[in-house]
Design a protein around this ligand. Structure first.
Ligand code: HEM
Length: 151
């Protein structure tokens, strides 16, 4: 169980960087398309879908990690006295799940939009989701629950 846990945490941590780098690229493409009034290209929609795939992988890994973390902590009993438990069992998981949901909603609304409104919706939905993610990552500098840059 320990080895499995280590592998899952490492995959979750590596995937964070793939998400962040691809997210920056997606926002660059969407922002450039919106601000420069470019014609919609299906390649941008495809890029957004790759981003969602990485997020879904992260959600799956996160759910398994949540189960392990939850059972090791003995449930929610230690949440109030332990910043790391509170952060991972509540803030991190809830905010990340919301961010992933928002990105999926964004993909849906981009699909429904007229071509001239697609880049704008893509930029706004993925942008807010990206900011939520940035704010909920356990960066090394965070007191009590910071985690390494990689592992
Ligand atoms: C874009 C979404 C997400 C990102 C970028 C992200 C990022 C991270 C990072 C960087 C860590 C620290 C890894 C390490 O210790 O090296 C972590 C830990 C964790 N994440 Fe996420 N996460 C995301 C989504 C989720 C979701 C949706 C859940 C739960 C439903 C979740 C549950 C957890 C748990 C429980 C841990 C602690 C694992 C442990 O140490 O046992 N994460 N996450």
């Amino acid at each position: 169980m320990d080895a499995l846990h280590t592998i899952l945490v490492e995959l979750h941590s590596i995937n964070r960087w793939l998400i962040l780098f691809l997210g920056i690229y997606v926002l660059f493409i969407a922002g450039r398309g919106w601000f420069n009034g470019r014609a919609w290209r299906e390649r941008a929609g495809q890029l957004g879908r790759y981003f969602l795939i990485l997020l879904d992988i992260q959600l799956l890994l996160g759910l398994v990690l949540y189960g392990i973390f939850f059972s090791r902590q003995g449930g929610f009993g230690h949440v109030s006295g332990n910043p790391a438990s509170r952060f991972f069992l509540m803030e991190h998981s809830v905010m990340m799940a919301l961010a992933i949901l928002l990105a999926h909603a964004g993909a849906y609304f981009v699909k429904k939009a007229a071509p001239e409104g697609k880049y704008k919706r893509m930029f706004l939905f993925y942008g807010v989701a990206f900011l939520l993610m940035l704010a909920s990552i356990p960066w090394p500098v965070m007191p009590g629950y910071g985690r390494p840059w990689l592992f």
